[in-house]
Each structure stands twice: as structure tokens, then as C-alpha cells.
Design a protein around this ligand. Structure first.
Ligand code: 86X
Length: 587
């Protein structure tokens, strides 16, 4: 057993009380140390503030190890419950134990657990979204919800369960997904006569109602959205936010009287998704169309916003918006009488965005010190930390902090005073940095004497002073500056990873080096399959990781196309190039 004293405890006496705080004894600090030593208990001193920034790696926290076990056994329904407290020493609770560029996946787990976004759960692939991440989801919800309502979309709620019969109403599209459907087969100890499925998506739940509600062209457009959870029992490695068995999302489903109107709906929504990522989360994305291979098989065409995580070179789909044509309306008999009183099938769209948004944002911006939250998405934008020493009157310092906080709140800045007496300023700094709060305001006696506060920016770690009278103006402007700075940084990092190849040889090299690769392409389905197979073969021959080979595919055909040369050939098959496509390894 070892006893660690925080060196910043300055008082002569310390209070000792049992775990149930019913009685307290006071003892001189030095006497306590002498007493412990006389009992054979080692004591040491630690300056917590500095320990936090220490470079050397202490024993990893238990949680990440256990998390890995759960990851490796996605087939188990249960995962061992990790404990965040038992084996962790003070230092590693307050700092990230892995480097983003050395060990990306352990780094990611460590960041989302220590920042209090995620708590692990005893069912593999399921995670608890703690307030710190759920508040971010609420901000995303509000932003997107306001936008779609302007387009005339209404929210509704359809049941969680699907009957066997309804789910099989459109067998063809369900077929490939079958292994992912979770079923309820029992109530109490009685087998259900008809097992019911838990929604993996709601087409089969919503479209029978669409068929009832749509009769005439006056019932169109019908634009519904729902914010729900869905369950897909996947067997690939789960990753919090990125691939989970239950996740939160919005799914929008619309019906229109013309293909053109459906087209417009698809692209209006795609633009909103771009805004969620670029304007809110400060994550640059590439809007585009999915190839025939990668599109949602039930529809006409699929649009998408894609990005790449520069730290691990993986492409990732961020959200998707489909034009379903009349495929589903024919299957579900969604018909209306047009102006000429002729019967026609409705033109439909569907679109979805999930809590993956949060994972992509973390992976893009967070660093070796923890989260970095873009101000627009930060639940707390400014944390105010009073610096109180034993010689100061705590009330005077705290009151000024409350006053500044109230003014910031008046200017719609999400602010909070960390006035807890349990932790010292060093602990508070580390805590809020780990949680990614964009701005910290420090205020102590020295600041008081000079009529100023000290400001710290989480993203670039700059520290400077601001006069009292300038605080509101400076902070509101600074929040916008930081938002822009974080976006520009992510944008440059993505640009570096965007490479171009005109032939397979250079393509292979760039893909193997974890880049995303732009190529002239014939846009033929068979060719994409051939590319995949060729990459797989080449990498096996050269001893490359098979996982690298297996997951290379087109991410999208960007909406913004560069003009191809007159006789430009496909980089792979020598047919005439039709488009420019982005390829990558992907999640
Ligand atoms: C595809 C299509 C579509 C509405 C979206 O992409 C946006 C929101 N839905 C979803 N998809 C499935 O249809 C599907 C079906 C079953 Cl039965 C399943 F188990 C998993 C699925 N995954 C995706």
C-alpha cells in the first residue's frame, strides 16, 4: 500500500474521516506522514497539476483493456464490465494513456471514457451515452430538426416492433440483412406464437401507413421524420458511436408526385447533412453519389457525405440520402390519383443520420490531451475556474466569477463556474481539458489586482489576459475564431490525405499508405469488383494486412467533379473514364 499526498495541499493540518463522513479528526500533515511511515506504509508527494502533463506512461487504466476483450468477442452477447476506478491511480484518471498516432483505437477508447462521454455496458456492442455526449446529440438534433421543419417535414413516432409478415413484405431488400435482425421470441417463460422483430430501419413499419394515407395528389408531398433508436445485430468489431448494435438516429421518409421533386428533397437533405458536419461539428466532408455497388439496393440512387479520419486513414460514411424512385411504392402499393385522375405510384426518398456523427467528430479533432470540442457543439463553451489560495477570501474571487459567468450567459455563451471545493485548480484544468471545453477563464488574486482574467484556448493551448470590460466581446468573437480554426485544421489534414492516381500501380501504393485516392473511373459495377479483388491479391502477395485489402472500395463519386481529359481512361480497366471516384479503406 502506498499513500500519495498532493503537494499543493498547503495547510498545516489535514482532515481525516472514514468513508462514511460521520466524524472527522484533524492532524498535522507532517504528523500524518510520520504515523504512516511508522506503520510501514510508504508515503510520497505528487504535484497533481504537473503530474497531469507528465509524459511518461504509467500502467494503462483497466477500462481500456477490458474494452478490448469486449471488442474482440463481438459474438458474445455479454462483455465484461470494466471498472474505471479500481485500478486507476489519480494520474491516469486525468490523462490519456495512448498517443493518437501510435495506437489509435486504444487512444479513442481512452478519450471517450475519460471525457465521460461513454460508459461501457455488459452487452457487447451497446454503450451508455452519458450526459456529455448526449448533450452533443441534442444540439445536433435541434440544428437538423429546425432545418427539416423549414422544408415542411413533420416528426412522428412509429412502433419499435415489426411483425414477421410486415418485415417480409419486401423480401428482396431484407434478404441480405437477415442475420442482423434481432427478434423477441418470448414473454416471461412463454414462447410467442409469432416472434416480432426489433426495427433495424422502418420502411416496413411506415410504408403500410403511407399506403393508407396517400390517396390523391393533394396528400402529397408527405414528409415524415422520426428520431429513434434502431437495432442491427452486427458481428463486425463494435466501436462506440461508429458501429454499435443499438444506435440513435433520425430517419426521414418522404413521398412525392414527381421524380424531380424527390430529387430536390434528396439533395436539400444532403446539404443539411453537410452543414451538420462542416458548420456544426467542424468536420470537412465530401458530398457525392454512391457507386452501383455501394448504393442502397432498394433505391434508384444513393447520395452520401463521406470523410476520412487522417489519423488512421479510414474512410467513413457520415450520413446518407436516397432517391427510392417508385421501387417501394410499387411494393407497398403507395398510389395516388394525379390531376388527370390517373393512378400513379408515388416517388419516394429516405435519409438517415446517426450518433456516428459524435464519433467522427471525436476522431477528427481530439488529441493526446483528450477531446477538442468545436464551440458550436460544446455543451459548455467556457469553463470559469477560480484560483483560490489559503491567503485569499474565496467569496470575493468566486463572486466575480459568478458575475462574469452571468454576463456570458446573457450573451448566449454556454458557461459554467467550477466552484467545487473538493478539487484544486490543477485538477480542474486537466478535467475540463480532457472534456474538450473550448475556452477556460482563470481568475485569481493577481488577475483581481490587475482587473483582468486569464484566458486559455483548448485547441492551440494559447494563454493570454483580457480586461474585465472586454470579456464578453472577446469571448464571443474567440468562439467563432476557434470554430473556424478547428475546421481549417481538419480541412488541411484531409486535403493532405487526398491523392490522385491515374494507373493501378500508383493507386495501390497510395491506398496501402492509408490515403484516399481520386481516380478517373469507368463507373462500371464489375470494374469495382475487379479492383477490390486485385487490391486483395496484390496485398496478400506483398504480405500486407488482409484487412486493408478486404475493405478497399469507392467511398463516393463526388458531386464536385474535376473536368476529365478528353481521352482519359479508367485507371483500372482502360475503358473510357466516365467520372472521378474517391476510393479508400473504410469503416
Ligand atoms: C438500409 C436504408 C435507409 C432509412 C437509410 O439508409 C436511411 C434511413 N433507411 C437502410 N438498411 C436496411 O434496409 C436494413 C434492413 C434490415 Cl432488415 C437490416 F437488418 C439492416 C438494414 N440496414 C440498412
Amino acid at each position: 500500500m502506498q499513500f500519495i499526498l498532493d503537494e499543493e495541499i498547503v495547510s498545516e493540518y489535514v482532515a481525516i474521516h472514514p468513508m462514511i463522513n460521520t466524524s472527522t479528526i484533524w492532524i498535522k500533515r507532517d504528523d500524518l506522514v510520520a504515523l504512516l511511515n511508522s506503520q510501514g506504509i510508504k508515503t510520497s508527494k505528487l504535484k497533481l497539476t504537473e503530474a497531469v502533463e507528465e509524459e511518461k506512461k504509467p500502467e494503462p487504466v483497466k477500462v481500456t483493456k477490458v474494452a478490448k476483450v469486449a471488442k474482440e468477442n463481438p459474438k458474445d452477447n455479454t462483455s465484461t464490465l470494466p471498472s474505471t476506478t479500481t485500478t486507476a491511480s489519480n494520474t491516469n484518471l486525468l490523462s490519456i494513456q495512448y498517443k493518437k498516432l501510435e495506437n489509435f483505437s486504444d487512444w479513442y477508447t481512452d478519450v471517450i471514457v475519460k471525457s465521460e462521454m461513454i460508459e461501457y455496458y455488459d452487452i457487447s456492442g451497446c454503450y451508455i451515452l452519458r450526459p456529455w455526449s448526449y448533450q452533443i446529440w441534442e444540439i445536433i438534433q435541434k440544428f437538423f430538426d429546425d432545418k427539416i421543419k423549414e422544408l415542411g417535414v413533420e416528426n412522428a413516432y412509429f412502433p419499435l416492433f415489426v411483425s414477421f409478415k410486415a418485415l417480409n413484405q419486401e423480401k428482396d431488400h431484407v434478404e441480405g440483412f437477415k442475420p442482423e435482425v434481432a427478434w423477441v421470441t418470448r414473454s416471461g417463460d412463454k414462447e410467442l406464437e409469432c416472434p416480432i422483430a426489433i426495427r433495424p430501419t422502418s420502411e416496413t413499419i411506415m410504408y403500410p401507413s403511407f399506403s393508407k394515407w396517400i390517396r390523391s395528389h393533394r396528400d402529397l408531398p408527405l414528409k415524415l421524420n422520426q428520431w429513434t433508436n434502431v437495432v442491427r445485430w452486427e458481428f463486425k468489431n463494435p466501436t462506440p458511436f461508429i458501429r454499435t448494435r443499438e444506435f440513435l438516429w433520425q430517419e426521414g421518409h418522404t413521398a412525392h408526385s414527381s421524380l424531380e421533386e424527390a430529387d430536390k428533397q434528396v439533395f436539400d437533405i444532403l446539404e443539411f447533412y453537410r452543414q451538420v458536419y462542416e458548420d456544426l461539428l467542424a468536420v470537412p466532408v465530401i458530398p457525392g453519389r454512391k457507386s452501383e455497388n455501394e448504393k442502397f439496393a432498394g433505391g434508384f440512387y444513393t447520395t452520401t457525405v463521406e470523410t476520412m479520419i487522417p489519423a488512421n486513414g479510414k474512410g467513413i460514411q457520415c450520413a446518407t440520402s436516397h432517391n427510392l424512385g417508385q421501387n417501394f411504392s410499387k411494393m407497398f402499393d403507395i398510389k395516388y390519383l394525379n390531376e388527370k385522375r390517373e393512378e400513379s405510384y408515388a416517388w419516394q426518398t429516405s435519409w438517415g443520420m446517426t450518433t456516428r456523427t459524435i464519433g467522427v467528430m471525436v476522431m477528427t479533432h481530439a488529441d493526446d490531451n483528450g477531446l477538442i470540442l468545436p464551440p458550436r457543439i460544446a455543451p459548455i463553451q467556457v469553463i470559469l475556474v477560480p484560483i483560490i489560495t489559503t491567503k485569499d477570501d474565496p467569496k470575493v474571487i468566486k463572486d466575480k466569477m459568478y458575475e462574469i459567468c452571468a454576463e456570458l450567459k446573457g450573451a448566449k455563451v454556454r458557461s459554467k463556474v467550477d466552484d467545487s471545493d473538493i478539487h484544486n485548480p490543477g485538477w480542474k484544468f486537466a478535467h475540463w481539458e480532457l472534456k474538450g471545453v473550448p475556452i477556460r477563464i482563470e481568475y485569481g488574486k493577481k488577475d483581481m489586482e490587475k482587473g483582468q482574467v486569464t484566458v486559455f484556448c483548448r485547441d492551440n493551448r494559447e494563454r493570454f489576459t483580457v480586461e474585465f470590460s472586454e470579456v464578453n466581446a472577446t469571448i464571443t468573437k474567440l468562439l467563432e475564431t476557434i470554430q473556424e480554426r478547428i475546421f481549417n485544421k481538419a480541412k488541411s489534414a484531409l486535403e493532405v490525405k487526398k491523392k490522385t492516381a491515374n494507373d493501378f500501380e500508383s493507386f495501390l501504393k497510395l491506398i496501402s499508405d492509408n490515403n484516399m485516392v481520386l481516380t478517373p473511373w469507368c463507373n462500371v459495377q464489375k470494374c469495382e469488383e475487379n479492383v477490390k479483388a486485385a487490391v486483395k491479391e496484390e496485398s496478400e502477395n506483398s504480405g500486407l494486412d488482409e484487412k486493408v485489402a478486404g475493405s478497399c472500395k469507392t467511398l463516393c463519386i463526388p458531386l464536385q467533379q474535376e473536368v476529365l481529359a478528353e481521352n482519359q481512361k479508367c485507371f483500372f480497366c482502360d475503358a473510357k473514364a466516365q467520372v472521378q471516384a474517391v476510393w479508400g479503406r473504410s469503416y
